[in-house]
Design a protein. Structure first.
Length: 457
């Protein structure tokens, strides 16, 4: 039973398919079931995997096709000169087995038709042009049809060359046209390899699993290999050895996956904690630790590592922003502290002005001899206020203090004028200014406390 399983090649359904070969730089070959594709530095193809039960039939009674696995390998691992030549040879054989004979028959018919048309044309120059056009189309045909029957096409080209030579003489032309002797040279023949048997397909799948950069594809290949190699018919010998190797590789992949999962879990938690503390250096150390851990693990999961590094970049940016905000807060607190220290004298003057302002508001004083010194002190305090460096955040609040001083001085001056002129209207104007000064003072003091106390940072 085992001998029968190992001796079987592809079933008849696969015999109708086109099998290409990818020649690797190390001499290994991989079979591609149908055309392969080169995409973004990768070669993507379907790899057929033999099965010990492959000579079975489907519901229609036709032999079953082999199992196909999607594989991608780095294109730099492929010997493209050998691969391209072999692919052209496969396409040429496929063409010869399908459309070649019919297309060649059509070509021969077109040559005969062209010769008849030339014979029926009276104008010698026109006949010569028709012959040259037919010759050019004929000479181009092998290169456009995989070199199919190039020798026979060459004979037809030689026949047309003789016809053209005679027509040139008839047309009165004696110059020799070098282009007429140029014919397509067929590519050197490439020996096509036989379709792989069961054992070779397994070995190729193992070779592909070793070079594919995609962990999911590697695991899929290894699982398919172990599945294909299980059963009593394959116990012992090379099949058992290959299955044991595939199982060992699967276990390695499982451990690598678990290592990267653990690395991601612990790293993300640590990075989040450090970012919340604004510890930029610690987050940077975490990123370096990930790179070192990836090196220790053989850089086996580049996508997972890239995703983890992207996460750490976000946490690093978060930590930097938080650190910047905290440093700015410290600087702001220092600026607020300096501002409050500079405002001690002006604020003290505003507190001293409260009683006189309340008296002006109530039209109850103060005594006339106090109004002039009171107005002078307010003017001096306002000038001192203008010399203070104001943090940006406190610009509006500082403006309220300035307005309070302005209104207070106006209240004192207007009250002084009202007293001198005994003008009741001026007295009421002074009262309004005093009320405004008191209101602005209270509001400015509240805003200063709100913006500079720690609980409101």
């Amino acid at each position: 039973m085992l001998a029968a399983a190992l001796a079987c090649a592809w079933p008849a359904a696969a015999a109708d398919s086109v099998l290409y070969r990818l020649f690797l730089s190390d001499g290994t070959t991989l079979v591609s079931y149908g055309e392969f594709a080169r995409v973004a530095g990768q070669v993507v193809f379907s790899m057929p995997l033999g099965d010990a039960d492959s000579p079975t039939a489907d519901a229609t009674g036709a032999p079953a096709a082999p199992r196909l696995l999607l594989v991608s390998i780095p294109d730099r691992s492929v010997d493209w000169d050998r691969t391209d030549k072999y692919s052209n040879a496969v396409r040429a054989r496929r063409y010869g087995n399908t459309r070649g004979a019919d297309d060649f028959a059509m070509l021969s018919g077109r040559v005969t038709e062209a010769l008849n048309d030339i014979a029926l044309t009276a104008d010698p120059v026109r006949r010569l042009a028709m012959a040259r056009e037919a010759r050019a189309n004929l000479a181009r045909w092998p290169s456009e049809n995989f070199g199919y029957r190039a020798d026979e096409v060459g004979q037809l080209v030689s026949m047309l060359d003789e016809v053209i030579a005679e027509l040139r003489i008839a047309a009165g032309q004696s110059s020799f046209d070098v282009s007429l002797v140029a014919t397509a040279t067929p590519e050197p023949p490439v020996d096509l390899l036989p379709d792989p048997d069961f054992r070779e397909s397994i070995e190729q799948a193992l070779a592909a699993s070793a070079i594919t950069p995609e962990p999911a594809e590697r695991v899929s290949l290894l699982r398919a290999i172990t599945s294909a190699l299980q059963g009593p018919a394959l116990d012992g010998g090379w099949a058992a050895d290959l299955r044991a190797g595939a199982l060992a590789d699967l276990e390695t992949e499982r451990r690598v996956d678990q290592s990267y999962v653990s690395l991601a879990s612990s790293t993300m938690a640590a990075a989040a904690r450090r970012a919340r503390r604004g510890d930029v250096a610690a987050v940077q150390r975490t990123l370096i630790d990930v790179l070192k851990a990836d090196d220790r693990l053989g850089r086996r999961r580049p996508r997972e590592t890239s995703a983890l590094l992207a996460f750490l970049d976000l946490r690093l940016d978060e930590a930097r922003r938080l650190r910047l905000a905290r440093d700015a807060s410290v600087l702001r607190r220092e600026a607020f502290k300096d501002y409050r220290a500079a405002m001690l004298a002006p604020l003290q003057e505003l507190r001293r002005a409260r009683v006189p302002l309340e008296q002006i508001r109530e039209l109850a004083g103060p005594r006339p001899k106090l109004l002039s010194p009171f107005a002078q002190r307010l003017a001096m305090a306002r000038r001192q206020l203008a010399s203070i460096d104001v943090p940006v955040e406190l610009t509006a609040t500082h403006g309220l203090f300035d307005a309070a001083f302005l209104m207070a001085r106006r209240a004192a001056s207007t009250r002084q004028n009202a007293v001198s002129s005994k003008d009741m209207k001026l007295a009421w104007d002074a009262a309004s200014a005093a009320a405004g000064a008191l209101m602005l003072t209270d509001r400015a003091a509240q805003e200063l406390d709100r913006l500079t106390t720690p609980s409101h940072r």
